[in-house]
Design a protein around this ligand. Structure first.
Ligand SMILES: N[C@H](CCC[C@H](N)C(=O)O)C(=O)O
Length: 259
């Protein structure tokens, strides 16, 4: 069966996106999803995302890592899905959609998407790192000389090590650049490599830097190898709410492929 796919990228985190409102895609075909995400034998992407109908919101987003397995929330993917929904004419400037971690609000102007992330009530603080879940699990660790940091090897060791084990965690390395501005590099679970940016990851970094008292504003700029993202949030005794991930999302090309 031939399927039409759209290739999107959000600050270099890239995705194969398919309009699956007719439910034609066999979602259990992990092998095929992984083949399509392969950068040599397939289209190439960090993730594969299906857009489906949802009776209580504008659409539903189903996210798979490039290993072919369905996974937790993808922030950059959610920004790309908002752009895709506008391209399809499902929405105009505002959206509400369901993802695995619940309902998300979003808005789009030109190519900039604002995506509301789930509230975060728990940030675990350890000697050398922090751990929090922003829709996906994230280990956050401050490093120096981030440009030369061995993200893949150090990230993989942490991701597969204790306490994360087989389920794992995404791993973000961060270096402060200036007031409220940080450089971030991410090792992504399920991609098992560094990605050029990670939306739930930079969101985790922004909240972690607030928790560590490293910022003076509730709006943070995150510089990733794939581009610049912003995170805005409010905080109270219950934790973090009104959390927004802001950045560009772009359709790169459209294609057809045998499923
Ligand atoms: N790239 C995604 C993260 C996907 C999470 C996935 N790697 C997992 O936790 O299994 C983002 O922009 O938030």
């Amino acid at each position: 069966m031939a399927i039409t796919f759209y290739k999107y990228q959000g600050t270099g985190n890239d995705f194969i996106i398919v309009d699956n409102r007719l439910l034609e895609i066999d979602k259990n075909n992990t092998k095929r999803i992984a083949e399509l995400c392969d950068r040599r034998f397939g289209i190439g992407a960090d993730g594969f995302i299906l857009l489906e109908n949802d009776k209580n919101s504008d659409f539903k987003m189903v996210y798979y890592n490039s290993d072919g397995n369905e996974s937790s929330m993808c922030g950059n993917g959610g920004r790309c899905m908002t752009s895709f929904a506008k391209f399809l004419g499902i929405i105009e400037g505002k959206a509400e959609f369901y993802a695995i971690d619940g309902l998300h609000k979003a808005s789009i102007e030109e190519d900039i998407v604002h995506l509301q992330m789930q509230d975060v009530t728990t940030v675990e603080v350890y000697e050398k790192h922090l751990f929090l879940d922003t829709g996906s699990p994230h280990h956050v660790e401050m490093v120096s000389d981030i440009e030369n940091f061995d993200v893949k090897n150090c990230g993989s060791t942490i991701r597969y090590g204790e306490p994360y084990g087989k389920a794992g965690s995404n791993v973000n390395f961060v270096e402060q650049i200036s007031d409220n501005k940080f450089a971030v590099r991410t090792y992504e679970r399920g991609v098992e490599d560094e990605t050029l940016s990670c939306g739930t990851g930079v969101t985790a970094v922004a909240l972690a830097m607030h928790k560590k008292g490293k910022i003076t504003s509730n709006e943070v700029t995150l510089i990733t190898p794939g581009g610049e993202l912003r995170v805005k949030f409010e905080n109270n005794e219950k934790g973090y709410n009104n959390v927004w991930l802001i950045g560009p999302a772009t359709q790169v090309f459209k294609g057809k492929i045998e499923w």
